[in-house]
Design a protein around this ligand. Structure first.
Ligand code: ATP
Ligand code: MG
Length: 468
């Protein structure tokens, strides 16, 4: 948890180093440190001896960016997930800089700086090997032409600039609105984020419903932090989520693709997925999968997804590469498998039925989450390999083995077996085939009985309940 300093008192985020402090000095300091900077917002200052952040743990590039901005007369701080993670004793993945300098002013100060984004303009500053994200303090100006909301209250354009206090209240959760000033090592807290972090609470800033309506992705971010950080959602922060979950349908499918990766493909997918289910957030994202998971008589779909998430988390934590295609192949598989069975029962051949099921599933889900083509091609290959892997006569196994996605398709088959969707056996056959010499391969092919080829590996058809 949070690193504490050795000092004995903590008053409104401020530790005083010695009990011997004179009372008048104490009162003066409280007054000085906890001063009203605007009508409603108070500033708490957490000193280094209390928060314990060490500059050695900060990125060199972001410190240099702040130094340059401050030297030019602007306010500049480190903010967001980097500071939050350090306070939790975790290793931050990046550090964001927030400043009073406008994007064009930032750009003028750095040789390699690029303004990006339309919804929120940010500047990417290159510092040696690092790219530092610099954002200008955002403000709120009702009715400004620079800030626009649609009919559900969602902000579609938001480039109003403001003070650091304004910026703090525009952020999502209190723990993400802590500002670290490297010049004096102080953490500024305008929204009670420091206390919330100490209590392990994820609390949205402001009125929860309004903030989720402004940007429904905040609901996904809330559950992401539960899974990633192991903290709890404060009850008022959690309350509207189930009710407002359908608003995710208004978010652009390409933004949702990125958010899903941050949710499920960042090393904590297995812990995060149940939170999505718990807060009814799976339905607007993966409607068919959600329906099949909640209606299923047995757990094999759930197991398959769990195993894919575990596999992804493990690989990431071991520093190995992962592809979104494998995870998405598992997340949408319940729908593919369900349609595959239906189409076969309607009289389509097994291969053709799978091809149709794959196309339907990809097309249908594209309206919710836009999977880029380079991944959807691979997803389809992984799925279509499931029927190729069943064909084990003549030269078929050799040509399947040469398929560029053989490994992913074979891994996926093993997952299906382990989940209980299909009986074991085919996976083991392929495990042996891969390491066998020519003679052994011929024996393996000969060992496959005719009725085991192609069509007999699937489970007996389950009765499926249908939604009205
Ligand atoms: P992570 O460690 O996963 O990167 P993060 O909190 O740093 O978590 P970012 O997406 O990098 O997440 O965002 C940086 C900061 O920007 C956040 O900490 C938060 O203060 C602010 N922020 C990001 N997304 C939103 C949002 N949808 N609404 C309001 N503030 C946001
Ligand atoms: Mg971040």
């Amino acid at each position: 948890m949070i690193k504490r300093g050795e000092s004995p008192f903590f008053i409104n985020g401020l530790w005083y180093h010695s009990v011997l402090c004179h009372w008048s000095l104490l009162l003066f300091s409280v007054f000085k440190k906890k001063s009203a900077r605007s009508a409603h917002i108070f500033k708490d200052v957490v000193t280094q001896e209390y928060h314990g952040i060490n500059d050695r743990d900060l990125s060199h590039g972001s410190l240099r960016v702040i130094e340059i901005l401050q030297h030019a007369g602007y306010e500049a701080y480190l903010v967001g997930g980097g500071i939050r993670d350090l306070l939790l004793g975790k290793h931050p993945k990046d550090f964001d800089v927030a400043t009073s300098a406008k994007p064009v002013e930032v750009q003028k100060l750095f040789r390699k700086a690029r303004i990006i984004g339309r919804r929120f303009q940010i500047v990417h500053v290159r510092m040696g090997p690092e790219i530092i994200e610099v954002t200008t303090f955002r403000g709120s100006a009702e009715n400004s032409h620079l800030q626009q909301a649609n009919a559900s209250g969602m902000l579609v354009r938001d480039n109003v600039f403001g003070s650091v206090e304004d910026d703090a209240v525009r952020r999502d959760f209190t723990m993400n609105a802590l500002y670290y000033d490297p010049s004096n090592h102080e953490v500024l807290d305008f929204v009670g984020g420091y206390d919330d972090l100490e209590d392990g609470m994820i609390r949205i800033i402001g009125d929860p419903e309004t903030r989720y309506r402004e940007d429904p992705v905040r609901m996904l971010r809330a559950v992401r932090f539960v899974g990633k950080l192991g903290l709890q959602l404060e009850p008022d922060t959690a309350e509207p989520i189930r009710r407002l979950a359908p608003l995710l349908r208004d978010v652009s499918p390409s933004r949702l693709f990125d958010e899903i990766l941050k949710l499920l493909q960042a090393g904590h997918g297995q812990a995060t997925f149940p939170e999505l289910v718990k807060y009814d957030l799976l339905r607007p994202l993966f409607p068919q999968t959600e329906a099949l998971l909640s209606e299923a008589d047995d757990q094999h779909h759930q197991h398959l997804i769990d195993l894919a998430l575990l596999n992804t988390d493990t690989r990431l934590n071991e520093g190995k590469s992962v592809t979104p295609a494998f995870l998405y192949a598992a997340l949408h598989w319940p729908q593919v498998q369900h349609r595959w069975e239906e189409l076969e029962a309607e009289g389509h051949g097994r291969t053709q039925a799978l091809t149709i099921a794959c196309s339907e599933t990809l097309d249908f889900n594209q309206q919710f989450i836009a999977i880029p083509k380079r991944f959807s091609v691979t997803i389809r290959e992984i799925w279509e390999l499931q029927v190729k892997l069943e064909k084990r006569h003549g030269r078929r196994p050799d040509s399947t083995l040469e398929h560029p996605r053989f490994r992913a398709g074979y891994d996926f088959l093993l997952l299906r077996e382990r989940s209980g969707e299909i009986p074991g056996g085919l996976g083991e056959w392929w495990t042996q085939y891969q390491i066998a010499d020519d003679a052994m391969r011929r024996d393996l092919i000969a060992s496959v009985k005719d009725d085991q080829n192609e069509s007999k590996v699937r489970r007996p058809r389950r009765r499926s309940k249908r939604r009205d």
